[in-house]
Design a protein around this ligand. Structure first.
Ligand code: ZN
Length: 212
């Protein structure tokens, strides 16, 4: 389980910005443009059920992925509560999303996966590990925007949680955050934080993943 960066990440003032789901087309586009325009390092954890939104962004994101600036994690295909599913359904949720990620972005997400709603148990984690998803991605900071949040509340959370070594959770689900990119960048800049991918924070590599 990975809730936060290791001591070395704290010392290096790294933050891992991790952006999930993506059912708001305008938001996913804004994040892709942000990465392209600013060079900020981001990990996206999109669900394949939103492929109509994410597939058109592949041309923007692929070069950034190849450069190691952007990483893709597996957040399952349908964003269901895995603890309610059968073993076979859990495996299928991860494999279907992995297949979509490979087809769309040309890389594996292994070994990183994030359980939808943060809902995991021993069974989900063992099943995931059995197909190469050994690293369960949790978080210790959040923009609080999986559902609608005010700009004021989101900025409050950004100021509270953007600290050295934090794994920050955000969502491409509601446009609030897209109007706050400048303010968030200022917080990161003032605090001399360095946004990194999971590979950079935890020393994993795209070559450790294997396609099935
Ligand atoms: Zn999610």
């Amino acid at each position: 389980m990975f809730w936060q960066g290791p001591a070395a990440a704290v010392a290096a003032r790294q933050v891992a910005i991790t952006i999930d789901d993506g059912y708001c087309a305008e938001c996913a586009r804004a994040y892709a443009r942000l990465a392209e325009a600013t060079g900020i390092h981001i990990t996206f954890n999109p669900n394949g059920c939103y492929s109509e939104i994410w597939n058109p962004l592949a041309s923007t994101l692929k070069p950034l992925i190849e450069a190691g600036q952007v990483q893709i994690g597996n957040h399952t295909f349908n964003h269901w509560w895995l603890t309610e599913l059968t073993d076979a359904q859990i495996i299928a949720q991860l494999e279907q999303n992995e297949e979509w990620i490979q087809q769309t972005y040309g890389i594996t997400a292994r070994p990183w996966w994030r359980p939808p709603y943060g809902a995991y148990d021993e069974r989900t984690n063992e099943l995931a590990a059995s197909i190469g998803y050994t690293n369960v991605l949790m978080w210790n900071g959040s923009f609080g925007d999986s559902t609608v949040i005010s700009a004021r509340a989101l900025l409050h959370l950004a100021r509270e949680y953007l600290q050295p070594g934090v794994v920050m959770l955000g969502h491409a689900n509601h446009p609030t955050v897209t109007h706050l990119f400048r303010q968030i960048a200022e917080i990161i800049g003032h605090r001399h934080l360095s946004p990194v991918t999971l590979d950079e924070m935890f020393g994993t590599s795209r070559s450790t993943g294997r396609s099935t």
